[in-house]
Design a protein around this ligand. Sequence first.
Ligand code: LMR
Length: 332
Amino acid sequence: MFQKVTKSLAVLSMLSAFFVNCASAEPIVIKFSHVVAVDTPKGQSAEYFKKRADELTQGKVRVEVYPNSQLYKDKEEMEALQIGSVQMLAPSLAKFGPLGVKEFEVFDLPYIFEDYNALHKVTKGPVGKLLLDKLEPKGVKGLAYWDNGFKSFSANTPIKTPADLKGKKLRIQSSKVLEEEIRALYAIPQVMAFSEVYQALQTGVVDGTENPISNFYTQKMQEVQKYLTLTEHGYLGYAVIVNKKFWDGLPADIRGQLETAMADATEYANKIAKEKNDEDLESVRKSGKTQVTTLTADERAQFVKVLNPVHAKMADRIGKDIIDAVYKDTAK
Ligand code: LMR
């Protein structure tokens, strides 16, 4: 009898310890930092990933999204990821040069992608994978590509031809290809963190910039740029990346659930990106503050002619094999 009671007590205490443990098990936290507004393709997709991660892991993972450079600015966020202060980022493909993976700058070449379809042939194909794999020696794992859109130039004076940008100081992201692009226009490139652009435009530190419309509108650039011309001369999208040690250290079942959440978020991102940019273009037009110009075929051809030599000039930096592989994947 005594033995029976002791046994039952032992089982009870084991069970209660188990339940206490379950109740107090802290979720795994993923801090996801980014630099744009919540109401952008990246901002919305980060929120979507958070929701799917919560559903699929049944609360075992909590994704904390920090938008608007709230936690870190461009350069700092890469360092924060590497040392593990945050676990997830989605930097623009133009921001991997400082990390030492300059091949990503192939995405910055002017007019290299005719549209989203051409771009997806690369991001969903072997070149896209090869580029993500290049991140691993840096302690970073690439999980996915998320779209934003095609960049257009803005300034406080009208832009119809490349000559209209001559001598202007133009803010760019930290990419040597973009520097060369601006020089090809006889303009002056100014690398600057995204969080500083509005003020730089407002105070005249720079005269203009290039953005997909969703970034232009959500940063309220219509308040400080009188002219926006739909040059759509280059692509801006993202690589979603994680700290590799953190990712590899996750329990396999949870990592699998997060991979599914990421696949869902990627599908969502690439569905809403164009819609969001189109909507925001309408909003810029409606604001009545910025005059939006569409180029004629002849004006566009002038931009193509001036900017195309950037491809050959940057071949050594990016790797001619990579540029050629992109040409091949996107050839019609
Ligand atoms: C920029 O700096 O212009 C963009 O990379 C911001 C972003 O993340 O879309």
